[in-house]
Design a binder for this molecule. Structure first.
Ligand SMILES: [Fe+2]
Ligand SMILES: [Fe+2]
Length: 361
């Protein structure tokens, strides 16, 4: 019987993934040029779909953003700061940001001053919501195929979990910076490779019989899921949006404990062993603490230092909640209709039967 620590050896090396297939004229344009040496781009085709959730637009922005993370196999690193590509990204971001503002809606409260930022975040994240809970569905009625689909959707974020928020660190100071570093240190496993949350998620994918390689499921990942990752990358890459990035992380940490517990329970129901559940179970414990650090040390800490950022902190919080609500709605609608929520059925992406450790209970 292997020890849990042996099972937790991450199966996912930090390799640059292959480029995906295009989904329309804009993503085709980006893909066509990225395989060449960096050079000045001709004018890009006009967007043909929604700048936030559209398949073509979301993928085009995602492709450009990945150049700031692990890049792609066969793509020259020089594209990251090629001025003409940066100019295209700025155009895409302008349309993206306008749609995020639509989705996030207006702030109903008083954005002035720092009083009550933590309390307002608690109120936003611990309210009644609209009653549609993805984790509750998966825990109570989800099938193994649903669990795998959910893991595939999340893989484009969880395999780089914490990385976009790390961009906030050099932009913060004092108490807010210390709070961010405390959270991030845990996300990176305190410096232990096999305890990094992104490594733990790779183990979960493997235990579900899925491919744990970074970017393995990009072709199957729909635009509304890419939008959740583009949102945090957008906030992360811009110093101007450091307040929104902090609000985004605060909501992330403050909405984690109960859902993570439900996903762990669902995995247990299908006989997935401790290694596969570890990612979720770690979050139940860690985020019970991170929730407080994020709301009080980080968000309220930043608001105290820079009161002018209160509106941005709350905007970032509303933005992630809105984009995640769309994600939840799209998955639950697809499943209610008996179809896959991915761009291809889960049957065509499972590489192995899951490593079932015990009889489902
Ligand atoms: Fe985490
Ligand atoms: Fe956390």
């Amino acid at each position: 019987m292997p020890y849990l620590s042996e099972l937790l050896v991450s199966p996912a090396p930090a390799m640059a993934p292959p480029l995906p297939a295009p989904r329309g004229p804009l993503s085709a344009f980006v893909l066509e040029w990225l395989v060449r040496p960096p050079q000045a781009l001709p004018p890009a085709p006009a967007p043909v779909d929604d700048p936030l959730y559209g398949e073509d637009s979301a993928l085009a922005l995602y492709l450009c953003y990945e150049l700031h993370y692990r890049g792609f196999a066969g793509v020259d690193d020089g594209w990251e700061w090629e001025p003409s590509l940066v100019a295209l990204v700025r155009e895409l971001e302008a349309a993206f940001a306008a749609r995020v503002r639509d989705e996030a809606g207006r702030d109903e409260g008083n954005d002035q001053g720092n009083v009550g930022v933590a309390e307002r975040l608690y109120a936003m994240t611990h309210g009644d919501g609209d009653g549609r809970s993805l984790s509750r569905y998966v825990a109570e009625r989800g099938t193994l195929a649903h669990l795998r689909e959910f893991a595939i959707h999340r893989s484009c974020y969880q395999l780089k979990e914490a990385d976009p928020h790390t961009w906030a660190i050099p932009r913060l100071a004092g108490a807010a910076k210390a709070a961010m570093v405390e959270i991030q240190a845990d996300e990176y496993g305190g410096g232990g490779e096999h305890a990094m949350h992104q490594s733990l998620f790779a183990v979960t994918l493997r235990e579900l019989g899925l491919d744990p390689s970074y970017g393995a499921y990009l072709d199957q990942t729909p635009g509304f899921t890419l939008a959740t990752v583009n949102l945090v990358t957008f906030f992360g890459l811009h110093r101007r949006w450091r307040g929104a990035l902090v609000g985004h992380l605060a909501v992330f940490e403050m909405t984690s404990v109960e859902p993570m517990g439900r996903y762990a329970a669902a995995l247990r129901r299908f006989g997935i062993g401790p290694a596969g559940r570890h990612f979720y179970e770690v979050h139940v414990v860690a985020d019970a603490h991170h929730e407080t650090v994020a709301a009080e040390g980080l968000a309220a800490g930043l608001a105290a230092q820079e009161p002018a950022l209160v509106g941005d902190i709350l905007f970032g919080a509303r933005a992630i909640m809105a984009v995640e609500a769309t994600f939840t709605r799209r998955l639950l609608t697809a499943w209610a209709q008996g179809r896959s929520s991915l761009r291809a059925s889960v049957d065509s992406v499972v590489i192995d039967e899951p490593a079932v450790a015990s009889t489902p209970s």
